[in-house]
Design a protein around this ligand. Structure first.
Ligand code: PNW
Length: 617
């Protein structure tokens, strides 16, 4: 059955944990307060505001830095058992390294959060790294591109265990290493962006002859330009018309390619030293930035297109490996030095979509769907369980690009989680494509294409209702399919899958400045989203042919917040933030729904107050 509207927490085991989540850079603000150092996100947003859809940053965010007490009180009033948040590495180690000094004010800040949670009997689930790498380490050795990060991360982790481990019993080392890798080193939507990637060789290779239908003047201009970044050049759009355009990915030493896509120019704006344009693609809204040099070369009038950035293929896999090593080093330290007396658990949080074969009757498509999962989830899950990359990655990524694990590294990484944190938002169709017309390595390596819709008869049908973000179609049964598949693949004596926590699940609406706070709090779509996903989780937990061991569920997010490269344009919160009015908190209808859902039966150990109500201060 698929009607989950009467579901309550009492349908779940009595020790099943319900919480909400946030991350430091997305909510704290206080960027220049209390001795905090810079993170890569400060520099990425402030130096190049065009990197962010609305030009915003997390300087103030939702000011949890000063409002955490009222927020924790609100969590309690809704009846949540747990709160998942992350520690800002540069807030407690402003120089990134232990030897450069500990910032006591930062430690005190997190101590007060943890103590407040404890006072309210809310269990802290702490993430050590939610993408805010200390900028000092990015400058010194390129952040996670360098294996030097492993010791610095271990030191940071040990400091956290030492300072907070008497009260924190659930640690996750990393949030979504996949997203950090792919957005940082493939699509360049996240720091470091292309600006920090190695400069291209002095003279780019000549264009292939097949590029004859490109505007040659334009092409020559770019080829002879002295742009210092390895930009991808572009053909130009025409006002508000869907057009065909060419783009020429320029990727270091690799040859230039040409491909065609459809795009709809969405909007664009000139800023002091760059031009930002947003265009609509089937995969979602994308924004791109032209720098001033390029504008001067081409003239303003010709710049109505876009330009995108890229880094060498190998980087993304190098960063992935260093993230795994850093995770494993922190876990080893916890287990050997802290676990015996602190008695907590440590795991990792990984994100995965569910990939459904575009054509279920086609074996190649079925294999492509598994490959898609292996390049997203398996990339990190297989190593932490077995010490190996998924065979699909070994088979499809060139040995020059995929860094191997040394025997001592295998020992360190294998078995390095006490629990798996899983983030699920959406699903895609996957189909086999032996020669994808994609410039960049990671996406080429997978030899597949993903879609959000498929043809049914003569119509194209979406995989699910589209939410605020175009990448997020609502597919509740996808979490059931994903959990079942994870269980089938990894819950055996070869892999020893530990218990799972759903550490993120949620949906957004677009910011709409025309709505009052009152109107914006009407979020029935979110209520249904959580109901339907919780129902599918419960179904996986009780499945006759193999129960999935799931221990908890964290709604993303406690409140609206800084949604990375799309800034404040996307709202994932169950609490609404009024950005125009002192960052006032307003419970959305989903917050009220959660407060009712979370009321415990008056019987047995499920006894509760029975009167949860979200309240704003
Ligand atoms: C998460 N996907 O990233 C992050 O952990 C949060 O910080 C963020 O606010 C939230 O999603 C909402 O975007 C995701 O491919 C990365 O389905 C990838 C996916 C989903 C979420």
């Amino acid at each position: 059955h698929t009607d989950f509207s009467n579901l309550t927490r009492n349908d779940f085991p009595s020790d099943f944990v319900f919480g909400t989540g946030t991350s430091a850079y997305q909510v704290e603000g206080g960027a220049a307060k209390g001795g905090r150092g810079l993170s890569v996100w400060d520099v990425f947003t402030l130096r190049t505001p065009g990197n962010i859809l609305d030009g915003s940053n997390g300087n103030v965010a939702v000011d949890m830095y000063t409002k955490y007490k009222e927020d924790i009180k609100m969590m309690k009033s809704m009846g949540f058992d747990a709160y998942r948040f992350s520690i800002s590495w540069p807030r407690i180690l402003p120089g990134g390294k232990l030897c450069l000094g500990v910032n006591r004010e930062g430690i005190d800040f997190y101590n007060d959060i943890i103590n407040t949670l404890k006072d309210y009997k809310i269990e802290p689930y702490v993430t050590l790294f939610h993408w805010d790498t200390p900028y000092a380490l990015e400058q010194e050795y390129g952040g996670f591109l360098s294996q030097d990060i492993v010791n610095d991360f271990r030191d940071f982790a040990e400091l956290c265990f030492w300072e907070f481990g008497d009260r924190v019993k659930y640690w996750t080392t990393l949030n979504e290493p996949w997203t950090y890798c792919v957005n940082g080193y493939v699509s360049c939507k996240f720091p470091p962006g292309a600006a920090s990637s190695p400069p291209p060789p002095p003279s780019p290779p000549p264009p292939p002859t097949s590029a004859s239908n490109l505007n040659t003047t334009y092409t020559k201009t770019l080829l002879s330009s002295s742009l210092s970044d390895n930009w991808i050049a572009t053909h130009i759009a025409v006002d508000d018309q869907p057009i065909k355009y060419n783009f020429i990915p320029y990727r270091g030493s690799e040859t230039m390619q040409q491909s065609n896509l459809n795009l709809v120019p969405h909007r664009g704006a000139f800023h002091d030293n760059y031009y930002m344009t947003t265009y609509a693609l089937s995969s979602g809204l994308e924004s791109r930035v032209f720098n001033k040099t390029l504008i001067e070369k081409l003239g303003r009038s010709s710049i109505n297109g876009f330009l995108t950035l890229s880094t060498p293929t190998k980087d993304v896999y190098t960063v992935g490996k260093n993230l795994l090593l850093a995770h494993a080093a922190a876990v080893q330290s916890y287990r050997t030095k802290f676990k015996a007396h602190q008695n907590g658990q440590i795991g990792i949080t990984l994100v995965s979509c569910w990939f459904e074969p575009l054509n279920k009757d086609n074996e190649d498509d079925r294999k492509a769907a598994v490959r898609a999962r292996d390049f997203m989830l398996g990339w990190f899950l297989e190593p932490v369980l077995s010490g190996r990359y998924p065979q699909n990655m070994i088979d499809n990524v060139s040995v020059d690009n995929l860094p191997q694990f040394e025997p001592d590294e295998v020992d360190l990484i294998k078995g390095s989680i006490d629990f798996l944190g899983l983030n699920y938002y959406t699903s895609f169709y996957a189909s086999h494509d032996p020669d994808p017309n994609i410039a960049n390595g990671y996406n080429r390596d997978q030899k597949l294409a993903i879609y959000q819709e498929k043809k049914v008869g003569n119509r194209k049908v979406k995989i699910g209702e589209v939410a605020g973000s175009d990448w997020l179609c609502i597919v509740p049964h996808g979490i059931y399919e994903l959990l079942k598949e994870i269980n089938q693949t990894y819950n055996n004596s070869t892999y020893n899958l530990p218990p799972i926590y759903i550490t993120e699940n949620g949906v957004d609406e677009k910011h709409d400045h025309r709505l009052t706070a009152y109107q914006a709090c009407k979020d029935q779509q979110r209520i249904k989203y959580h109901q339907d996903h919780l129902g599918n989780i419960l179904k996986a937990m009780n499945d006759k042919d193999g129960k999935v061991n799931i221990k908890g569920y964290f709604a993303w997010s406690f409140c609206d917040n800084f949604e990375w490269h799309v800034g404040y344009t996307s709202r994932f919160g169950i609490i609404y933030i009024d950005y125009m009015n002192h960052l006032r908190r307003h419970p959305k209808e989903s917050a009220t729904w959660f407060s009712k859902f979370l009321v415990k039966n008056q019987s047995g150990d499920n006894k509760g107050s029975g009167n949860n109500e979200p309240s704003a201060n």
